[in-house]
Design a protein around this ligand. Structure first.
Ligand code: PMV
Length: 317
């Protein structure tokens, strides 16, 4: 039996603009994670995927509609087996579970796919580099999101803070001083594919306006990188607020997100913004160590269904 995990992630700066080639910063979140367990047999059954959380049991190869949650899971398995040079379907049972909230900007799909790829590779006695895992998971991301930037698979497969520019070699980020964040979930499911599609249509209708907004978001991400490396929390907080204003202008904030963001700021957060695709899902607030619990409580009070307090970096290479 082989077990593998993968963390969640949050985008600290640059979501949406990253799809249009601007830089973004994302960090892994270790408190919540996906888990994949691979076991041999039973003989002759082929490959079975079991996801108890989703009440799903699927035999790989059985017909499934594209909308089924089994579809990306099967695709991940098939791509991984092909990459590992396995012909046919081995007799394996793959059990999947995850504590990463779904459709809420924490990379749940990429976390599950990363855990599956890692577990299959290990079980079959092979080693895949983080880059190879990331490339395989990207293929699953395409199924989930249509035109993903690749940031989720990268940060999750590498388990390092990343400064990410689509199509460019991965740059991990050194965090000068650890900082604390509160992540609050609106509980509103907001599929990334839909929001990314809406932003694309808005960009097509008003390219100049959106290009200018993306430029400004990209510039915030560049300044944020420097502030993270230098360990300057108050600058980072201001940059989060600036990024949030730009995301509002892009049209991806929501009343629920803003309620949590305002609550966090009122309770003493240094800055706060939505994270991920927006319209629902999560927000993130930067907090001084001693304010973390008060901000978490305020975000909860304002209606968050799930609140995580976590620390970002510094990571050792
Ligand atoms: O909602 P998430 O965490 O999957 O993030 C989406 C981030 C976007 O920039 C909106 C899309 C992308 O592919 O980068």
């Amino acid at each position: 039996m082989t077990t593998a995990h993968a963390p969640a992630k949050v985008i600290l700066f640059g979501e949406h603009a990253v799809v249009y080639g601007r830089p973004a910063i994302a960090v892994p979140v270790m408190q919540v994670r996906a888990c994949a367990v691979v076991e041999d047999g039973p003989p002759g059954q082929g490959m079975v995927i079991h996801a108890a959380d989703l009440h799903l049991r699927h035999r790989v190869g059985a017909p499934i509609p594209v909308q089924s949650p089994a579809y990306p899971l099967e695709a991940t398995v098939r791509n991984a087996l092909q990459r590992l040079g396995i012909r046919g379907l081995p007799d394996l049972t793959l059990a999947i579970s995850s504590t990463v909230p779904m459709a809420s900007g924490m990379g749940s799909g990429a976390a599950v796919a990363t855990a599956i790829v890692r577990a299959l590779a290990q079980h079959l006695g092979q080693v895949l580099s983080p880059r190879e895992v990331s490339e395989l998971v990207y293929q699953t991301e395409v199924i989930h999101h249509g035109t993903p930037s690749g940031i989720d698979n990268t940060v999750i497969a590498f388990e390092q803070p990343v400064f990410f520019v689509k199509g460019e070699p991965i740059e991990t980020l050194h965090v000068g001083r650890p900082f604390r964040v509160v992540i609050g979930d609106t509980g509103v499911h907001s599929p990334t594919r839909d929001v990314v599609g809406d932003v694309r249509r808005a960009w097509q209708a008003e390219p100049e306006k959106y290009e200018a907004l993306f430029d400004r978001i990209g510039a915030v991400a560049v300044r944020a990188r420097k502030a993270m490396e230098d360990g300057r929390g108050s600058t980072l907080g201001k940059l989060m607020d600036e990024n949030q204003e730009l995301l509002q202008a892009v049209g991806v904030s929501s009343p629920q997100l803003e309620k949590l963001i305002h609550a966090a700021r009122a309770a003493g957060a240094m800055g706060a913004k939505l994270c991920g695709a927006g319209r629902g899902g999560n927000m993130i607030a930067l907090v001084a160590h001693q304010r973390a619990q008060a901000v978490a409580a305020a975000v909860h009070q304002a209606g968050a269904v799930h609140v995580i307090v976590t620390e970002v970096g510094p990571w050792l290479p």
